[in-house]
Design a binder for this molecule. Structure first.
Ligand code: BGP
Length: 489
């Protein structure tokens, strides 16, 4: 039996896509609260109030007038505001997770629930209390929380008034936020992740055709500030409680050369280094990799370093490596190949050996084994797969059932791949598939792109009871957990 006996089987969520209660309990706004729904082909928009008082939607690729502020307008639907209402249904949800036998639950804390603008000197007590209640409920069932500190929902005030993470001042605000969390939840939480998919900047350059040089340069500085903030958080966590374990979280970008042309191989290596190793090396090894210099030169970047940054990075190495893994793509330098193989924040050539999901993402269990091996052999610290799964159309039958054999098949393949990776020697300690209870899609804002073992009655326009229904995969995953991965039938 390759899965260790204390392996953490579980599932993952994020406050902005799951929690709701956006204007309750003293929570402040985040940009996700002002973001509309899109589709696989139509972008999501943020609505802004223009100087003449009207509200207009802008996608993140459009430039908007200087100084305009995000605003909520009546004629738009904002799916993340209520999301699927974990805020009021946490007891019911946690009972469902416990019924499946969960050992670990990945969730995130909404920063603006603790510090509504991000700049306050004292935290919002009601916000702190909400997460105490969640942690207590998890403890009741012996479920270990895995808490992401920042998952795509920086307080809006920081984004708009302070210029977001490009401003070094935000490191100090994050210091205060993490200090509060580590002191407040001592004894209730052991495992923390600092930034979700911190490598998103690196992915953008790869994902968005002709990504502007200036945007990339800004992104690299943002990343540097986040690396420092993360390293300081790791140091702080260890000082507050030596039992704390803090991990990085990388969008796992597994790429293959499309052909055996050495140029394709080199290009693949370059993308792999930039998308994965750039962030992994800083967070795990405590400093930038050798190839970083060439990257900075390419983008004319002179990173602004604080006097203590080098020391902080070196001393704030993470305890474990976590990543999201959904799909793989192929890299080629041959200009005649169409780049129509999409994936999580990635684009590439289609792989003729693989099947594709309803949203066009490649389904590739072997890639997971490959990625685990590559990363483990580079760093040799414990690893967790903290996101994985199949976003698919599910149908709630009139008898309240949801038959999702496609999801079971996808997961079976990926669990077998993890099993192989463990046999290969990888120290894999957790598997928390994404959106264990259906939630709002990050990229499209849709509800119908479902990942869960539990169906939530809600549609793309916000209609529905938000009631929960067990899918076939619910019973299957329960068996998987009960047998510690031995029974995958
Ligand atoms: C990752 C995010 C998650 C989640 C997931 C699935 O990038 O960390 O927040 O949403 O992708 O993506 P999507 O919701 O776009 O299908």
């Amino acid at each position: 039996m390759p899965f260790p006996k204390d392996f953490f089987w579980g599932g993952a969520t994020a406050a902005n896509q799951y929690e709701g209660g956006w204007n309750e309990g003293g929570r402040g706004p985040a940009l996700t609260d002002m973001t509309t729904a899109g589709t696989a082909t139509a972008p999501r928009y943020v609505t802004y109030r223009l100087p003449d008082g009207t509200v207009k939607p802008f996608s993140s690729f459009e430039s908007k007038p200087e100084g305009v502020k995000a605003a909520v307008a009546e004629d738009y639907y904002y799916p993340n505001q209520q999301a699927v209402d974990f805020y009021h249904r946490y007891k019911e949800d946690i009972a469902l997770l416990a019924e499946m036998g969960f050992k670990m639950f990945r969730m995130s804390i909404s920063w603006s629930r603790i510090f509504p603008k991000g700049i306050e000197t004292a935290p919002n007590k009601e916000g702190l209390e909400f997460y105490h209640k969640v942690f207590r409920e998890l403890k009741k069932y012996g479920i270990e929380p895995l808490v992401t500190i920042s998952h795509y929902d920086t307080p809006l005030y920081i984004e708009e008034e302070l210029g977001g993470w490009a401003n070094r001042e935000v490191i100090g605000l994050f210091d205060r936020y993490t200090e509060t969390l580590f002191r407040e939840y001592k004894g209730e939480v052991k495992y923390w992740l600092t930034f979700n998919e911190i490598n998103i900047t690196m992915m953008m350059a790869d994902f968005v055709p002709n990504y502007p040089k200036a945007a990339m340069a800004r992104g690299l500085q943002i990343l540097h500030n986040e690396f420092v903030a993360s390293a300081r958080a790791v140091k702080r966590a260890h000082a507050i409680d030596p039992n704390y374990k803090v991990g990085c979280m990388i969008a796992g970008t597994c790429k293959y050369p499309l052909t055996c042309d050495p140029k394709d191989m080199l290009e693949t290596q370059k993308k792999w280094q930039r998308c994965n190793d750039y962030c992994g090396d800083v967070m795990v090894r405590g400093g930038y990799p050798a190839f970083a210099k060439r990257l900075w030169k390419e983008y004319d970047v002179e990173l602004a370093w604080g006097p203590e940054d080098g020391k902080d990075l070196a001393e704030g190495k993470v305890d474990f490596y976590t990543f999201s893994y959904y799909s793989t793509s192929c890299v080629t330098t041959h200009a005649d190949v169409v780049m129509d193989g999409a994936g999580n924040l990635s684009l590439g050539a289609k792989n003729p050996y693989l099947g594709y999901s309803d949203w066009g993402w490649a389904m590739d269990p072997d890639g997971l084994r490959y990625y685990l091996n590559e990363v483990y052999n580079r760093y040799q610290i414990p690893m967790m797969v903290v996101e994985n799964g199949l976003g698919a159309h599910d149908v709630l039958e009139s008898d309240g059932k949801v038959h999702d054999p496609y999801r079971i098949e996808y997961m079976r393949g990926h669990i077998k791949a993890m099993e192989e990776a463990i046999e290969d020697g990888v120290d894999l300690i957790a598997y928390t598939p994404w959106g264990c209870i259906d939630l709002i899609s990050a990229s499209t804002g849709e509800m119908k792109k479902r990942y869960g073992f539990v169906y939530v009655d809600l549609d793309n326009e916000g209609r529905g009871t938000r009631d929960r229904y067990r899918k076939d995969s619910f019973y299957w995953y329960k068996k998987v957990i009960a047998s510690n991965g031995a029974d995958l039938d």
